[in-house]
Structures are given as structure tokens and as C-alpha cells.
Design a protein around this ligand. Sequence first.
Ligand code: ATP
Ligand code: MG
Length: 290
Amino acid sequence: MIMDTRSCVKIKNEWDIVQARQLGRNLSKQMGFGQVDQARITTAISELARNIYLYAQTGIIEIEIVRNIEKMGLKIVAKDQGPGIKDIRQVMMDGYTTSGGLGAGLPGVKRLMDEFNIHSQVGQGTEIVAIKWLRRARAREGLTVDMDQGKGLEDYESMLINYIAHKKERTLYNGQKLSRKMIEHNVSPDEVVSMHIDVLNRLLPGLDERVRASFDFLLEVMVGYGFAYREHQSLRDRQLQLDAEINIAANVQQSLLEGTIPSCDFVDIGVISTPAKKDERRLLSICQGR
Ligand SMILES: Nc1ncnc2c1ncn2[C@@H]1O[C@H](COP(=O)(O)OP(=O)(O)OP(=O)(O)O)[C@@H](O)[C@H]1O
Ligand SMILES: [Mg+2]
């Protein structure tokens, strides 16, 4: 039976970040969160605590079990009285950083958790509240996406059993095809590792404790990887969108500037603006008086 708990860790140095992580791990495990969600919660706590340590020097992380009629969850509150954040919209954009980090922290925490709220006032401090809800109904924790529930795991399981037994190239090829399907369904690398661990635990119950521990480590690393990978995807999407907008602007400008440029040997003629230097060829020919 889980008692309603609220615990608090003061963040003053890097060691306190580890304490906060540990507390989050213990509580999430007690509540029955699966391995992937435990790793996600601890990664979120770690990022919030690190931000306190880096930008506000001191603050607190509160971790609390919350519940309403239908569900139970873990709430993380990160509070500090540091410099505050001037433009919240900007810090929530992937890649924005003032410290030369990846700028993946806050948008990443938002993606890892189910609810995320941030309040900040310059000169007063920052308070971030994030919640992860426990989903007992989910067929397989980890497959959070629209892939047929449990189907990905079944495929993975049968392929893995098949491969261990026969080591066929064909099974490896099928695995490769499954990975494509997973990418299409937005399954992240940590979810794949979690599937592997699940299958191995069932297949080899007497698995060496050291091998099991190595998988815990791998899972944690892959949660971080998935975190950065999603940030990369979002930055790429934004880049593609910007490219498309610039192209439209360049085309509009092209049609507006249509016409013959008077030839004159001794003077450069023309007023021109080029969106992001998209039209360098045309600019060059005008400057050369052609
Ligand atoms: N508690 C805070 N107090 C003041 N400013 C903050 C705080 N947390 C974040 N920020 C500001 O928000 C920016 C974005 O934070 P975020 O965690 O997303 O990225 P980062 O810390 O710069 O890099 P990363 O976390 O990827 O190493 C920071 O660079 C910092 O300027
Ligand atoms: Mg950060």
C-alpha cells in the first residue's frame, strides 16, 4: 500500500541532483511505473534539478504522489528564487540555450511527462510543475504510440526467439523491417530496449544479475538518446518549414522583379533584397551590369 507522500530535496550541488533522481526512482518504482516510465521520470527530474543548479544555484525539487478519482500520478515541482526566465516561449523551443547546452532540457521534460507548467518572473524565480500519470490500462508500458497495442512486442518477441534459436540472416532482415515500422510509429529507441529487456526476462528468468544491471544502464542511456533524437527531429522539421517559406518568398520576389535590366557600363543599377541570399545568381548578374 502506498502512502500519500511528498518529499523534497534541496538542490545546492551536483550530488543533490543524484539524490533527487534516486528519490524519483524509488517513488515511481513503488507506484508501479514500468521501467521506461521510471527512466523518463528520473531523466525529467535530473534535467529540472540541473537547471536549478546551473541557472539559479539553489532551489528545491518536490516529488509528490497525486491522485484523482480515476488515476494516480507522480508530480514533480522544481522551485527556485533565481534570475527567472524572461521569455518562456523562447526557452520552450528546441535548441534554445544560454549556456551552450543542447537546449533540449525543458522541451524534453515536457515531452517525457504528461503535464507541464512553467511560471517564472524575472528577478523572482521559476516554478515548474510536471506530472506523469500511471496508466494501468496500457497493454504494454513503453508502447505509448498508435502502434497496435502489444503487437510490436509480439513481433519483436517472436523474432528474437527465432533468431536466438536459428541465427538466420532472414530474421535479421525482418528485424530491420520491424525497425522501419517502429520509426513510422514514432517508437523511440528506449522503448525498443525496454521490449528487449521484457522479452529476455521472460525467456531467461535466471539471467545473470550483472547482465540485467547492464540493461538498466542501457535503458537510461537510451532514454537520454531518445530525448535528444526527438529534439533533433523537431529542429529538422522547423528547418524544412523555414526552407519552404524562404522558397515561397524567393518565388514571389522573382516574379515581382521580372523585367529587363538596362545595360550601362559605368554604373551598377538596381535595388534588390534577397531573402536569406537565396537569389545570389541574379544579384551577381545585376551587380555585373548584365
Ligand atoms: N531555473 C531556471 N532559472 C533561470 N533560467 C532557466 C532555468 N531553467 C532554464 N533556464 C533558461 O532556459 C534555457 C533553456 O533551458 P534548457 O534546460 O531547455 O536548455 P539548457 O539548459 O540551455 O541546455 P541542456 O538542458 O540541453 O543542457 C537555459 O539556457 C536558461 O537560459
Ligand atoms: Mg537544461
